[in-house]
Design a protein around this ligand. Sequence first.
Ligand code: UD1
Length: 342
Amino acid sequence: MNKKSVLVSGGAGYIGSHTAVELIAAGYDVVIADNLSNSDMSGVEGVRAITGVDVPFVNVDCCDREAFAELFAKYDFDSVIHFAAFKAVGESVADPMKYYHNNLLSFINIVELMLASGKHNIVFSSSATVYGEADELPVTEATERKPATSAYGNTKQMCEDILRDSVAAYPQLKGIALRYFNPIGAHPSALIGELPRGVPQNLVPYITQTAAGVRECLSIFGDDYPTPDGSCLRDYIDIVDLAKAHVAAIDRMVEDKNKERYEIFNVGTGRAVSVFELVNTFERVNNLKLNYKVAPRRAGDVVAVWADTTLANNELGWHAERSLDETLKSAWEWEKRVRNIK
Ligand code: UD1
């Protein structure tokens, strides 16, 4: 079993492609599996261009058990990072079975195929969404999870539980769930970044598309929250920093440094940033004016959530490094490249 080889499911997507780059930089071989349902080959090509490595890509749906089993038989890897999942909160409320089918079945297939083929290490892409409207801030990994308010959020909790129970029952497995806060920004090369299809649901792509003239006006959802400036507080984590947390998680399991066989880490900066602060910072660092207006609150938004990152800092030896200024510059550089703006 090749300990220095990692299968990255969903590796053509935003977080997956950045993680593939950092894994390769750290000396891992990478295989990317993706069905391109919410991405395209530009992510894979970007990874190849940045690293100079002809990374193998397999177009496969992780829910297709037979096709996925072929990939497991063909490639020699010992670790899997599972990104491949649907992630639109609103859509998951409107069509929950789409989310339960895709997000659960793909993960079940991965765990079962790992067991059948003697593979060991799995990193699962979880989310700060599991904390809901938390009782304490910042949230630690011990902060209680709240009942999910969307099928999307529920699949994150259920997959965490599938991993926890599988690791407890099958001695061959080790697992790490990384709870991401709000990933933003792009690779400094501007060769990979976030490319949402249709109208962006998340704040930063909406901002960059508004700056690029693709969207007319950013709506700031609520200025009457009980926060210092009335807008929601989040923990925005740079995408390259987030990618590096995955490398640290894989290193930890490959090098047998994990304290427990199943572990959870928050991946954030530890800093709460409001929507207004984010918009103002974007304007300042990129020297432009953004067209925005205050709009009503968005249903389902939590007021505030940010991470206590002590555990990831101490145990993974990982820290968020890139400043918000740099990250928001990189987001704009990427959008300009995509839109051919000089
Ligand atoms: C959202 C999801 C979360 C998911 C994450 C994945 C919700 C309620 N939560 O997180 O479960 O894990 O995406 O990426 O959908 N905002 C605006 N205008 C916009 C867009 C956003 O003001 O056009 C505000 C939001 O109200 C929020 C902040 O920006 O305060 C961040 O929003 P977003 O980027 O959608 O992330 P989350 O809602 O934190």
